[in-house]
Every structure is written in C-alpha cells, then in structure tokens.
Design a protein around this ligand. Structure first.
Ligand code: URA
Length: 277
C-alpha cells in the first residue's frame, strides 16, 4: 500500500475529526465507519429551562420590537454603534452601552475572541455561564465543540473570529427575548461591518433568523448559503453582501449528536467555498 505522509496540521485536523465522530458514537476504522456495538441511543433532548414562546408570538413580538428594521430597533444602540469606526472603538462602545437590561445581571460584556484578521466570522446566540465569567464567547462546552468542528476542516483560533448576537448572558442561560435581540442587533451588525469577514457562519436559529431577517427555522436554513446584507452606520443596507452559512448551534449538537452528520456536511461546504470550489 502506498504510504502517505501527513503534515502536523493534517494530523491535528484528522484527530479533531475522529474525536468529533467518536462523540457522536461512531468509531473510525479506516476505511469503514462503524457504529459502536451496543451503544445506547442518544438521550432525548433536555427541554430548555425556559420554554420558547410559540412561533406566532415570537414573530409578533419581533415585529413589535422593530425586528427586521434596525432603524426602529435598539433605542440608542444604533447611535452608539455608529460612533465606532474600528473594532477596538466598538468594543469600548459596547462595554459602555447601557441600553440592554441583560447587562445589569451579567458579570462581563462578551465581545469577541479569535483573530480580527480572519476570513471567517462566526456569530452565535448569547454568552452562557463560562463566557460570562471569562468575558469571551464560546469558551464553555459548546465552544469546545465549535472549535473541534472547525479544527476538523483544518481551521484553528487564528482562522476564526467569533462573537454573538447579544453581548451579555441572559439570566439562567435562557434564550434572549426578541426585544433583547432587537436592541442588540445594531451592535452586532456594526461589528460585522467593521470586521468585514469574507464569510459569515451563523450558529443556531436565533443568529440565522436575526441576521438574515428570516422566520425560517434553522433545520431548513442550515447548509444553504445566503447573502448577508451589510449595513452602514445609519443601519441602511449598503448593497454589499457577505456569503453566509447557517449551521446548527453546537449546544444543539451536544443534545442531538445524530445531527453532527449534517453539521459535518456544512463544514465541508464551508471548506469547499474557502478553497474556491
Ligand atoms: N452559546 C452561544 O451562542 N454563544 C456563546 O458564546 C456560548 C454559548
């Protein structure tokens, strides 16, 4: 058999991929992928502590909060964000922003982590407990899975820039409400405009629906490239777009490991696009 030599980066990517599949209950026994014998089926998804409002109520609340129109949303956020012309200035503006009640119960403002020069920007939903403690996005269990997902296509922290729709932890890790999302939307939209990534990856339904102004669920949005519409400092669309890939949120994948199959195909779609395929 012909021997192939792997670079250290290939080896790291391969290990991350194998770990990721192993977590989903699969063993790689090249070239065949087998299910582990006798492995118990994945436990049913745990209900979230706070039930989501029904979709119709969500949509109505979203409209009431000006969702879909950042000029109405977020009293003060748009004006505050407009003052920032650099990522550093925006971090300061968000750190000083008092328009979102979540800030009052949070320990830290969670702005971003990763490389500000990376081609890919990932936007999640909201900080959890670990993120609130450390002041950095995606540093807890779901962040570790997120890192492994990207490592599996050879991308490390230096290749990624990561933030969230809201910058403060919702109490008890509940979902951010549509009002909180609407308030914070101009901040993340300014963040994306200043970062100007080549590719945007939106993790989970909250992020995908808010940034793409869509009411379609993540199960249908995931894996479908869309155009994210860039906005200027006044909140108006500039006419420029960024290719945007919605993916399952890693915390959903922790609860539903079987969905990692689709998540893997989304990672491959991203890798192909990055490599101009
Ligand atoms: N989930 C998110 O959406 N963002 C984080 O930063 C952590 C968990």
């Amino acid at each position: 058999m012909q021997e192939t030599s792997l670079t250290r980066q290939d080896e790291k990517a391969l290990k991350a991929l194998i770990d990721w599949w192993a977590e989903a209950g699969l063993e790689l026994d090249a070239p065949i992928v087998r299910a582990k014998p006798g492995r118990a089926p994945a436990p049913a998804a745990k209900p979230r502590a706070i039930a989501k409002p029904p979709r119709a109520a969500t949509a109505a609340a979203a409209r009431a909060a000006g969702f879909g129109d950042t000029r109405k949303a977020g009293p003060g956020a748009l004006e505050a964000a407009a003052k920032a012309d650099t990522l550093e200035a925006l971090e300061k503006v968000i750190g000083e922003f008092e328009g979102c009640a979540l800030k009052r119960t949070a320990r830290n403002t969670v702005f971003a982590r990763g490389n500000a020069g990376a081609r890919i920007m990932i936007v999640g939903e909201a900080p959890g407990r670990d993120e609130d403690e450390q002041g950095k996005p995606f540093v807890g269990r779901s962040g570790q899975l997120l890192d492994r997902m990207f490592a599996a296509i050879g991308l490390g922290e230096d290749d990624l820039y990561i933030s969230n729709i809201v910058n403060w932890r919702p109490p008890g890790n509940r979902n951010p409400t549509q009002e909180e999302i609407a308030i914070c939307l101009p901040l993340i939209e300014r963040h994306i405009a200043l970062k100007a990534p080549d590719f945007l990856v939106v993790a989970g339904g909250v992020s995908a629906q808010s940034l793409l102004r869509s009411e379609t669920g993540i199960t249908r949005l995931r894996g479908q490239w869309s155009d994210y519409k860039l906005r200027d400092a006044s909140g108006a669309e500039t006419g420029q777009t960024i290719p945007c890939l919605p993916v399952f949120h890693p915390s959903f994948l922790l609860r539903q490991p079987a969905s990692k199959r689709q998540a893997w195909s989304d990672m491959l779609a991203l890798e192909a696009r990055l490599n101009g395929r």
